[in-house]
Unconditional design. Structure first.
Ligand code: AVJ
Length: 320
């Protein structure tokens, strides 16, 4: 292909996040919690990138390996000239592998951050000059207006990284259902899903020896202090992550080391010794479990690809 692709940006009428409201609501619960999406300020995003390179954090490496290994089949599954829609894009290594092999008619990265999208689009323009990019600023957790692209093949939503693990099983079901509507009949989804395994491996992946995951978790309190006028004594909280086997998920918490209070604006929150703020779930699915969930949402599981060590899965789903 030699012709030049087009790049355009589209809004999707997103209701902006309300950080303060979400923090106050979450910290007012009997079991305190905060939404994991707020991890990703500039420092949090950089720490997450660092996590992806840690020896204990296998998901990123395993997913890249399996994508490389099975790319021909993945491309065949997506179909020629597809409309490739990526949720929570960031133009990562995985996306580049896919774009090269799939040569989609159009690539639609969807992200809440317009600046991240503009940066990614500028890079893609030089790396893939033939590629049509229609960036959508929006929250993939809500119904989106995806611009139609004349002549494109089927819609394929790419959702890598086991980001779906942040949702509870009920939320995932609703999300898959909504996405099925988004791709339409015969449309498809490629979802990266972390799989159940030796809990020691899971535990290590979220309790790395260099303490980067701890910094990533604790950064949420620093962010509240900086952006919402909070006065959390970050040194009096610790990162606490464990595998909750009955729930099939890693839970990350910030545990209070002592009895203390913290203020956020005019709100005051009390902490008992050892009491925690639940900051993240990272759900793990066996292949069969995820296929059953997808089927409940109206998808047929057509393909499952895994890396050699069977640490991570990529599901190829077709809207039934
Ligand atoms: C980006 C949600 C897939 O759950 O493994 C990494 C985030 N948290 N280490 C995950 C995360 C702690 C990651 N996801």
């Amino acid at each position: 292909m030699t012709s030049k692709g087009q790049v355009s940006f589209h809004g999707s009428a997103v209701a902006p996040d309300n950080f303060l409201e979400d923090v106050v609501t979450g910290l007012s619960l009997a079991r305190k919690e905060l939404p994991p999406k707020y991890f990703y300020d500039a420092r949090g995003s950089a720490l997450f990138e660092e996590i992806c390179t840690l020896p204990e954090y296998y998901p990123t490496r395993a997913e890249i390996a399996l994508t490389r290994q099975h790319i021909a089949e993945i491309a065949r599954f997506a179909g020629e000239g597809s409309e490739l829609i990526e949720y929570g894009s960031g133009a990562s290594t995985k996306t580049r592998i896919l774009l090269e092999a799939l040569e989609p008619a159009v690539y639609v990265p969807v992200d809440i951050s317009e600046s991240a999208l503009r940066g990614a689009a500028a890079l893609l323009e030089t790396e893939f000059p033939w590629l049509n990019v229609r960036a959508v600023v929006g929250d993939f957790g809500r119904p989106l207006a995806i611009p139609a692209f004349a002549g494109a093949g089927r819609k394929v939503v790419y959702f890598p990284g086991s980001t779906i693990g942040n949702l509870t099983r009920e939320e995932s079901l609703a999300f898959l259902h909504m996405t099925r509507g988004q791709v339409g009949p015969g449309g498809a989804m490629l979802v990266g899903v972390d799989v159940k395994k030796d809990p020691n491996l899971l535990h290590a992946a979220y309790n790395d020896s260099q303490g980067v995951t701890a910094k990533f978790n604790l950064n949420l309190l620093s962010r509240i202090n900086a952006e919402l006028g909070g006065d959390f004594e970050v040194g009096k909280f610790v990162h606490y992550a464990f595998y909750n086997a009955p729930m099939g998920r890693i839970e990350m918490h910030l545990a209070s080391l002592e009895r203390q209070t913290a203020n956020v604006g005019s709100y005051r929150f009390r902490f008992a010794p050892g009491e925690s703020i639940h900051t993240e779930n990272s759900c793990k699915y066996s292949v069969e479990e995820f296929q059953a969930l997808a089927a409940q949402a109206g998808f047929r599981g057509e393909k499952v690809w895994m890396d050699d060590a069977r640490l991570f899965s990529l599901h190829g789903l077709v809207a039934a």
